[in-house]
Design a protein around this ligand. Structure first.
Ligand code: CDP
Length: 226
């Protein structure tokens, strides 16, 4: 699929939890001087607000209102909620699980759609999540779907947490990742599936640098095929 003439290019990077999307998408955006959208952070911010305000994960209407009204902004890729830095609060397993529960509601997804598309400004955007290539930016100039075994992803998340001094349990992380994979890929609204025109990359045995280089090479081929 080609980029429509009037729109800045989008590189869509989708994949399951801890597949490396965030780091890779941020590196690519920085290298190309593009904007960066961490769509998961939007779902996480709504989940954090819902937990703080005792809104149940099943209350689609109240969650959609929260999603429409939430005062979220980003500075250097880090989320701010009402001006307060919430980066670490967003990464707890409680918020991860709540985000995946609220993300099943079509009304919540619809409420976040315009917000996500507003990130598409010149010179271009690198957007990462679950449905960037399928729903939010179906005309993206490049779509990449990252995979890795659940074990490799649990190991990565474990290292991330330990490096930050946060206690973690590898078996618990693996269970959480499997639960979230199942919920994300079997939901009716915008399930986690590769777009038909996405390039699939298995990152199990690749470093972050190798994956970043592979995606940049794909981008160069699409952007400047000569
Ligand atoms: O970083 P990680 O892959 O663990 O999670 P994330 O990208 O921050 O997303 C957290 C949760 O939000 C996911 O488990 C999905 O349920 C949901 N999400 C979604 O439904 N659609 C997106 N575009 C991004 C995230």
């Amino acid at each position: 699929m080609t980029t429509s003439a009037a729109q800045p290019p989008v590189i869509a990077i989708d994949g399951p939890a801890a597949s490396g999307k965030g780091t890779i998408a941020y590196n690519i955006a920085t290298t190309l001087g593009y904007h960066y959208l961490d769509s998961g952070a939007l779902y996480r911010v709504v989940a954090l607000r819902a937990l703080e305000h005792d809104v149940g994960a099943g209350d689609a209407a109240a969650l959609a209102t929260l999603a429409l009204d939430v005062d979220v902004s980003f500075r250097a890729g880090r989320a701010l909620l009402g001006g307060r830095s919430v980066g670490d609060a967003l990464r707890t397993e409680a918020v991860s699980a709540a985000a995946s529960r609220i993300a099943i509601h079509p009304a919540v997804r619809a409420a976040l759609l315009a917000r996500q598309r507003a990130f598409r400004t010149p010179p271009g955007l690198v957007a990462e999540g679950r449905d960037m290539g399928t729903v939010v930016f179906p005309d993206a100039s490049l779509k990449v779907f990252l995979t890795a075994t659940a074990e490799a992803r649990a190991e990565r998340r474990y290292k991330q947490l330990i490096d930050k001094g946060i206690p973690a349990n590898i078996d618990g992380l693996l269970r959480d990742i499997r639960e979230r994979d199942l919920r994300d890929s079997t939901r009716a609204a915008a399930p986690l599936v590769p777009a038909p025109d996405a390039v699939l990359l298995d990152t199990t045995d690749l470093t972050i640098a190798e994956v970043t280089d592979a995606v940049l090479a794909l981008h160069c081929v699409r952007h400047d095929p000569a």
